[in-house]
Design a protein around this ligand. Structure first.
Ligand SMILES: [Zn+2]
Length: 270
């Protein structure tokens, strides 16, 4: 869907959006296969904060970097606290969180930068990953949108930060919504519905105060409100819970799972 394809390189599976690749931006959404993990042998877990052996996670990250042709020591990560803070990655921040979670950019759920060859890297299991690139100014962004981040319009705030920091125009920005839990599987209660009711069309009532919520569509609407053009929003259209053999799913696995790594970087021209 929307030019999102899975490929295998160096015995590693990951997906990417061709619209970004063609515009000069590397991007990858990892799968859960063919890794090392102390949690479950074989898991390709890329997150340091889920109780996995750090050496194994770092080995997975090096394998991922090698397959993508990026530098593992430049992976730049943030804490991911389900908030709405967007941070600018400058030279001093490059590589934060690459080797230790404690070193990741604090209290932040989205990163933007205009530095070339700096792979932003965030972690997901059901939450919505949104990648951004502006082919005109060359800046990029990556946001972590669980339901709280979605309510807080983190995708919209990432667009605004690209405007403020780098002069990007929303109508030039391309956005990609990666694999995440779909409306087929994401049952929520009144708490989420009440927080998100201004996007009531993203909720299908199931009775008993339960709803099926459409987080990717909700984020798409948030991007449209930010001024991103509908034809510039790409969607993977893949549900992580329906495809839990391929992707980590927090819901499907009762919270005991690994994390996929989503990365985007601006390729150095030349
Ligand atoms: Zn599903």
């Amino acid at each position: 869907m929307d030019g999102f394809t899975l490929q295998n390189k160096n015995n590693l599976w990951f997906g990417s959006f061709s619209a970004f690749t063609q515009a000069g931006f590397g991007n990858a959404f990892s799968c859960r296969l063919h890794g090392e993990s102390s949690l479950v042998p074989g898991w390709f877990n890329l997150a340091l904060h889920v109780g996995d052996d750090a050496d194994k996670v770092l080995s997975n990250r090096r394998k991922y970097a090698a397959a993508l042709g990026v530098a593992a020591n430049k992976f730049t990560c943030c804490e991911q606290v389900h908030g709405d803070v967007v941070a600018v990655v400058d030279e001093a921040a490059v590589g934060k969180g690459a080797l230790a979670y404690a070193d990741a950019v604090k209290g932040t759920d989205a990163l933007v930068t205009n530095l070339p060859d700096v792979p932003l890297l965030l972690f997901f299991a059901d939450c919505v990953p949104v990648i951004f690139a502006d082919p005109v100014t060359g800046c990029i962004g990556l946001a972590h949108a669980g339901w709280r981040g979605t309510v807080a319009d983190i995708a919209q705030k990432t667009v605004q930060k690209m405007q403020e920091a780098f002069g990007a125009k929303p109508q030039d920005i391309i956005a990609g919504i990666g694999p995440c839990i779909g409306s087929c599987c994401y049952e929520v209660d009144d708490t989420v519905y009440n927080a998100g009711k201004k996007h009531a069309q993203c909720f299908k009532p199931k009775g008993n105060g339960k709803y099926m919520a459409d987080l990717p569509e909700w984020n798409r609407q948030s991007l449209l409100e930010a001024g991103v053009l509908p034809q510039h929003i790409y969607r993977a259209g893949i549900c992580t819970e329906c495809n839990k053999e391929l992707f980590f799913s927090y819901r499907a696995e009762g919270g005991k799972t690994g994390r996929m790594g989503v990365t985007i970087w601006k390729r150095q021209k030349g």
